[in-house]
Design a protein around this ligand. Sequence first.
Ligand code: LLP
Length: 430
Amino acid sequence: MILPPHLGIRDGLLTIGGLDCVSLADRFGTPLYVTDQDRIVDLFHAYKAALTSRYTRVKVLYAAKANGNLAILTALSREGAGADVFSSGELSLALAAGISPDRLLFNGSSKSRADLALAVEKDVPVSVDSLDELFQLDEVAGRLGKTARIAFRVNPALDVPTHPKIATGLATSKFGIAHHLIPGAYREALGCTHIRPCGIHCHIGSQILDLEPFRKATEVMMRIAADLVAMGIDLEFIDLGGGLGIPYRHGTETAPTPEEYAAVVVPVFTQAVEALGITPELWIEPGRSLVADSTVLLTRVNSVKKAHKNFVNVDAGFNLLVRPAMYDSYHEVVAARGADRVPEETYTITGPICESGDILASDRRLPVIRAGDLIAVLDTGAYGFAMSSQYNSRPRCAEVIIHRGTPALMRRAETIEDITGTMRSPPWQS
Ligand code: LLP
């Protein structure tokens, strides 16, 4: 199996950021998410360099939904990253991480008035998803005596090669405003008293391994930009979204690098802005491609069962990593001790949740596994912990972050009291 540079095998033990996973699991307990901060920072700089070598006015906004831990947001903030935030919670975390409002975009297809008010109060530009939302935002900004800076989210009606649940710019997707209705939306915005249109935004989907859809989306965006410039709109930024996939199947799958992405997308952008005589900032919003491979989920084997299949029952299930159950997604699994042993058996790795779909990995060739062994699930940094739940009343696990060979907790494990603590007895039961 091909491993990225921050993972390795030393004396048969899987390592991350130079530290062996078995010792990390012994020290911090399992299940455990372990993230290499330096890997995320390296990838951020790879994006930044690839884009700025072609166009200097660039912002890379990390999509906080992929992994909203404050330590990750802070690490990226200190390197100059912005953030795409999708809720008041993500907005608050990004601000707490030191990301200034001019490096943020508040996205969302269903924002409440409280969400809109928070964005306006904090001077964070809003990606507006409907005319209804536009008029509510105008009212909210007026009440607060402010002007809201906005972009509209364009739905480019593009079919993209990814799982249908994570394609976001299909004609049938809930996100954005149909591309042909966008100039009309900006006309409405120009008629609002407390709104200043200053950008344009799109996102076409996630885990896309082909660059062609990004090129097409950029073309659509630049055509719209031309219409907006003709309307007299001063475009301060054009946000092309995120979506670059990663090679979850190590060795057989490949993903474009940030350099390859920039080489395809930026020329379409620069040719159009030069022709229009404008110099907007180029924004992108990568999530997965910055954080996915930075993280392993370490899970302890509770029992091994030979039935119609060989099952390895581990202590993490879809409560902690829902992607396989939700999108049939593939994550490599590695025996953390004896990682260099020859595979001898075919196992299906199942979690502790009371559902048949609680499978982390099906029919994998692994060395012989016994109770007490440690399994590492790779590439779990994006939409892993972020989508976890307390289903079956299971407290969420801890998260550890490593920087230059030093590990530290970035989130403690929840306890049963964290689950019961928010529960209240109704008066008729006391
Ligand atoms: N910007 C916007 C507006 C988005 O909707 C998304 C992801 C991103 C940026 C980041 O896209 P990325 O670079 O991570 O592909 N939970 C799913 C992925 C859902 C993505 C939704 N939007 C999964 O686990 O595959």
